[in-house]
Design a protein around this ligand. Structure first.
Ligand code: C2E
Ligand code: CA
Ligand code: CA
Ligand code: CA
Length: 278
């Protein structure tokens, strides 16, 4: 029994060692990813009631030469823990604003917006407002077309500072969406205090919408909340025609998900727009 115990301890240590090493490798690779131009952006179109395009959500992608693709769920937590999310997030915003400036000159997509995910580290960074202001000036992007996606949980860390930044950016015309809505430590207080434009119904409620009557009740409640607070509501993770139809029937008018379009290249995004010249 003693021997087995020791083996178990050793196995556990080796396992931990592997995890630490993997994390170190990933951190080092991520450090170089930007200068080696391994990061790029995918765009997932968002749609209105007529399945016309309203814009896209920007999603970060990392293609490593040896490993292949790393999933955001694997590398974004590391980027956040190491602070690398600051330069990376800065780059994402720069690319996004450049694109918005291009769109502003194109009749076909003048009204499109770009939704960009903002991590807690960015939102709490002392230079965030200043840096984003500079990006908007440099690129001449229309601030009103930029929709920053934040989550409820990230507001909890230092509510005052986060709220200050959000209000400063909102005063510049930037808009905010509450991502993964309904999954966090939902405080309705935020809906009152935040200058929000949009609620994003989390994909988990859409997934079982047709089977689970409590999910349907939650979706109905979010839609009603949006209506009375004059907020847009978009459903994410719409994967099937049946989900789309059910959402439409209970009053949802904005949609995102594989059923309508997967995240893709700019060229793929433009294929969803008959009026885009490119
Ligand atoms: P999220 O913000 O909730 O983004 C939606 C995720 O759902 C994306 O995963 C998207 O590809 C996926 N998705 C879209 N439609 C469907 C669908 O119909 N079914 C299913 N099953 N999934 C769908 P992705 O690209 O892997 O990103 C995962 C998460 O990583 C994002 O979740 C977001 O939290 C984070 N992330 C992605 N890009 C960025 C970024 O630029 N900055 C930061 N801070 N976080 C990012
Ligand atoms: Ca998002
Ligand atoms: Ca989400
Ligand atoms: Ca999510």
């Amino acid at each position: 029994a003693k021997g087995r115990g020791r083996n178990r301890v050793r196995f556990f240590n080796q396992h931990m060692q592997v995890e630490v090493t993997e994390r170190t490798v990933l951190t080092n690779r991520l450090r170089q990813a930007m200068e080696k131009e391994e990061l790029y952006l995918a765009y997932q179109p968002q749609f209105d009631r007529r399945q016309g395009i309203t814009g896209a959500e920007v999603l970060l992608r990392w293609q490593h030469p040896d490993h292949g693709h790393y999933a955001p769920a694997d590398f974004i937590p590391i980027a956040e823990a190491t602070g690398l999310i600051l330069p990376i997030g800065q780059w994402v915003l720069q690319q996004s604003c450049r694109l918005l400036a291009d769109w502003a000159k194109e009749p076909g997509c003048q009204h499109w917006q770009l939704a960009v995910n903002i991590s807690p580290r960015q939102l709490h960074d002392a230079h965030f407002v200043e840096q984003l202001t500079a990006i908007l000036q440099q690129t001449e992007a229309p601030a009103e077309r930029l929709l920053l996606e934040i989550t409820e949980s990230q507001l909890l860390e230092d509510t005052e500072l986060a709220l200050k930044h959000i209000h400063q950016l909102a005063a510049m015309g930037i808009r905010f969406a509450l991502d993964d809505f309904g999954t966090g430590y939902s405080s309705l207080q935020y809906l009152k205090t935040l200058p929000l434009k949009q609620l994003k119904i989390d994909a988990s409620f859409v997934r079982d919408l047709l089977q689970d009557s409590s999910d349907e009740a939650i979706v109905r409640t979010i839609l009603a909340l949006g209506q009375s607070l004059e907020l847009e509501v978009i459903a994410e993770g719409v994967e099937t025609a049946a989900q789309f139809k059910a959402l439409y029937q209970i009053g949802c008018r904005q949609f995102q998900g594989y059923y309508l379009a997967r995240p893709g290249t700019l060229e793929q995004l433009y294929q969803h727009s008959p009026s885009h010249p490119g």
